[in-house]
Design a binder for this molecule. Structure first.
Ligand code: SF4
Ligand code: SF4
Length: 129
């Protein structure tokens, strides 16, 4: 199975515990989260709307809410992408192992999670020192 994921969602998936923007969004998040843990899943990285955004009510004209918000989100994606190779298709389990090694402290995600409205609930963020 192939997935397209935007950079910052590689962190958000690790913190997902059932919260989200709509029932359809949550259902899709559960589906993607199971897939990314499966063997034989291949992931391409992007800083644009992805397989999670496509079920999000905030996606408007392929942008996250509007131009201003989309620019903020793209910046978060680019923080992650700068540590990866966007031309590569990653084995999902290897990719998440790599991401966990790189983004392993609150300091390492300060430009990604620092201004995120979910950080008080997010299991990924809460477990970081
Ligand atoms: S704090 Fe926000 S941006 Fe960071 S991983 Fe959690 S949900 Fe994603
Ligand atoms: S559209 Fe925006 S809020 Fe919705 S999943 Fe994509 S990045 Fe997140």
């Amino acid at each position: 199975m192939k997935l397209i994921l935007r950079g910052h969602h590689l962190l958000c998936l690790q913190g997902f515990q059932g919260y989200g923007y709509s029932d359809n969004f949550i259902k899709n998040m559960n589906y993607i989260n199971n897939l990314r843990k499966s063997k034989n899943t291949i992931i391409s990285i992007t800083n644009k709307a992805d397989d999670i955004c496509k079920c999000c009510p905030n996606l408007k004209n392929n942008l996250c809410e509007n131009e201003k918000q989309n620019a903020k989100i793209t910046k978060m994606d680019n923080e992650i992408i700068s540590k990866l190779d966007t031309s590569k298709k990653y084995d999902a389990q290897e990719l998440f192992n790599k991401i966990t090694t790189i983004f392993n402290s609150k300091e390492s995600v300060k430009y990604i999670c620092g201004s995120c409205g979910w950080h008080e609930k997010c299991l990924f963020y809460k477990k970081l020192k």
